[in-house]
Design a protein around this ligand. Structure first.
Ligand SMILES: Nc1nc2c(ncn2[C@@H]2O[C@H](COP(=O)(O)OP(=O)(O)O)[C@@H](O)[C@H]2O)c(=O)[nH]1
Ligand SMILES: Nc1ncnc2c1ncn2[C@@H]1O[C@H](COP(=O)(O)OP(=O)(O)O)[C@@H](O)[C@H]1O
Length: 197
């Protein structure tokens, strides 16, 4: 059995991917499993190693890449990020819907694999609102904020290209965006719930 289809959530930093994903996982216990990526960035307060990310060094990540441990990887805002084969396998083994949170480079790399996920882009209502949300989140230095805004401009353009994403959700009102996300995933959620009952 091939199991449920994975889900890729992408979109600019600060668009609301983590927020929406956490809501989804909280409301559907035992349905979703998060693909825990590796990153060389520093942990933020409250982030747990092995849960939010596998926090690692550039050297260790480079070695793992050379071993062929990753299905995709990218450089984002001065740090390395990547999805290991093990991260996907861990979720698959439990027959859960695997959620991946990756940037647009990751989306393109995943399209070259046989993962066959549902591709969803989460977009902010505007650049101004994105900047405000990122500033209010208080996780970035001015330099990293500017890099994220620059990457966001590229992301917002590329996500408009036809065929890149199955769906684009504008995260204006959070509850409305969440309802939209649930609607898209409803069929896969039901499959997992039925298989368990
Ligand atoms: N390609 C790729 N991108 C990733 C991966 N993990 C996270 N990202 C992306 O890296 C970017 C920065 O993530 P992060 O530092 O957690 O900041 P945040 O998105 O602002 O919370 C986001 O666009 C993520 O989607 C990964 O494994 N591969
Ligand atoms: N619809 C929304 N309205 C207002 N604030 C939001 C909304 N969605 C997310 N946020 C806030 O914006 C910030 C960025 O969201 P986050 O989920 O961290 O984005 P991402 O994971 O895409 O980087 C967080 O502080 C979050 O609480």
């Amino acid at each position: 059995m091939s199991g449920p289809r994975p889900v890729v959530l992408s979109g600019p930093s600060g668009a609301g991917k983590s927020t929406l994903m956490k809501m989804l996982m909280k409301d559907h216990e035992g349905v979703f499993g998060f693909s825990v990526s590796h990153t060389t960035r520093n942990p933020r307060p409250g982030e747990e190693d092995g849960k939010d990310y596998h926090f690692t060094t550039r050297e260790a990540m480079q070695e793992a890449l050379e071993r062929g441990d990753f299905i995709e990887n990218a450089e984002f805002s001065g740090n390395m990020y990547g999805t290991s084969k093990a991260a996907i396998e861990d979720v698959k083994a439990k027959n859960l819907i695997c959620i991946l949170d990756v940037d647009i480079q990751g989306v393109k790399r995943i399209k070259e694999t046989d993962l066959d996920p549902i591709y969803i882009s989460i977009q902010p209502p505007s650049m101004e609102i994105l900047e405000k949300r990122l500033r209010d989140r208080q996780t970035e230095t001015e330099e990293s904020l500017q890099k994220r805004l620059e990457a966001a401009r590229v992301d917002m353009e590329l996500s408009k290209e036809p065929g890149v994403f199955d769906v684009v959700i504008i995260n204006d009102d959070l509850d409305r965006a969440y309802e939209e996300l649930k609607d898209i995933l409803n069929e896969e959620i039901k499959k997992v719930q039925e298989a368990k009952s």
